[in-house]
Design a protein around this ligand. Sequence first.
Ligand SMILES: Cc1cc2nc3c(=O)[nH]c(=O)nc-3n(C[C@H](O)[C@H](O)[C@H](O)COP(=O)(O)O)c2cc1C
Length: 189
Amino acid sequence: MCRLPGASVASAGNITTCLPSGETSKFAVTPSRSTGVGDHTRGIEAVKLSPTLANIGDAAKCAADAGADAISVVNTIPGLVVDVERRAPVLGFGTGGVSGPGLRPVGVLATWRVRKAVALPILGVGGVSSAADALQYLLAGATLVGVGTAALADPRQPERIVDDLGAWCGAQGVRSLGDIVGALQWPST
Ligand SMILES: Cc1cc2nc3c(=O)[nH]c(=O)nc-3n(C[C@H](O)[C@H](O)[C@H](O)COP(=O)(O)O)c2cc1C
């Protein structure tokens, strides 16, 4: 059984971090033991990968070999916010997971790397707050796009994104968003 470093398992729409190894692995950055996907849940199982993985493509292959139905990228990235007056961390746990716009290029790159590594469906998530953001993930190879932080800030934002994606397709003459999945044109060297 291969290891699934930096992984969590999503099932039935409920994302559950699995295999935490210690106090600092709130988002399962360093799991301590091996497991097979399917040990924990029934139904469609998406393995969620951390952007801190040294080789996210290999981790995706590992998840695929273990029986994952889909890959989700990315989870938040560890960050530290300092209150300079108190000279202490702002967040209660000291460090925390960074989400939102700063995470987007990290997530899009992870999506692109995972797309090259495995043929499984990919849920791209991280920093999406507009149709253009969602399109970046789709072009990089995501088959589904998630909205987290932006939806917490404004629950209507995902609906606007869907509307704007429809408008973009109309303007671009794209009949189906599926037609642009993985259609990123890489510069030739
Ligand atoms: C408040 C909050 C709680 C989260 N809880 C979890 C969690 O329990 N399990 C998980 O895998 N990801 C969790 N995440 C990470 C999100 O699913 C997502 O991967 C990340 O926030 C990047 O997307 P975003 O920039 O659209 O928020 C959480 C994110 C936020 C902001």
